[in-house]
Design a protein around this ligand. Sequence first.
Ligand code: FA5
Length: 350
Amino acid sequence: MTLIEELQALAKQARADLKEKRAENLDQIRVAYLGKKGKVTAALKAMKDVDPADRKTVGQVGNQVRQEIQGLIEEQKQAQAEKALAKQLAAETVDVTLPGAKPRLGNRHVLQQIMDEIEGHFLGLGYQVIDDPIDSPEIETDEYNFERENLPKDHPARDMQDTFYVTPEILLRTQTSPVQSRVLEKHDFSKGPLKMIAPGKVYRRDTDDATHSHQFHQVEGLVVGKNITMADLKGTLLSIMQELFGEKHQIRLRPSYFPFTEPSVEVDVSWDEVTADTKPEDIRWIEVLGAGMTHPNVLKMDGVDPEEYAAFAFGLGPDRFAMLKYGVEDIRQFYLNDMRFLDQFNERGN
Ligand code: FA5
């Protein structure tokens, strides 16, 4: 076999080897034919024995074979890369006609809905809403939470509101009543009477049960002006009750005691709707708010002359309102963050 025939045979063999070879084998083939110790390189070493007249032709054939094998390897590499890309693209195809996943939208918590409803009612009656952290802080001083509410340090009525203390003088507010003093002491009566509500969170060391939570909400109300009477308080309370519960639930005002009001009342609402057939002894009552005529001592401490001005105040419990309104038997449900429960109050229906 002449060298030319040998080279052509190698080219033929290389073509066969390259057919259907996988990418990782292409380099091995290149080394096997064209590497330093490759078959073509080895064949060309025999060039020195070729007749000098034929060397040019043999050299040309040698180069052609090298280039052909090199070219075939490149071609194969490219074809394999394209195949791999096509495969990957096919696997990653997105069907844009499929419906997308609907993002879950936020929703007002049911307690926030009730608070907003109460706020709306009082805004309509011309009250201002105090809910900024300067006048309505959740971390309060003992002075504003208790002393300015006519509850000095040794007062037994402090036991009515078991307290989380941060230091002996700083505490988590047990009621929204301190907002009354913070606003009243700054009020300029030359601009008219004060009518305010203060919605917010309060904290007590109560043992959690069906109607008590250690963290709950209150909406404080305070009206200070000339000639304010108990009748104004009663009318105001009835108006918010009727707004929230309609005529079907009964309301009961009970004499009560708070150190910062005199006289004081508590308001109960019937748990169920009351009809003409309901026997009074069958009505289940739930206490929803405390209220009264502001004690003269409290007015004095806030720089208001009780001889000239009178005031009424109330503290509503929106958590209990929500229980009544939606028939929720356990207050703890509001704080469990169980979406199955909360979704029932979803205003958007999503
Ligand atoms: C007070 O906190 C008074 N500051 C209310 C007040 C304001 C009276 C102004 C007079 C003038 P009381 O502790 O009763 O009062 O709480 C008021 C309301 O908060 C209750 O009627 C009830 O609806 C709600 N409440 C009290 N404790 C809890 C609790 N642990 N969990 C849920 N709601 C509660």
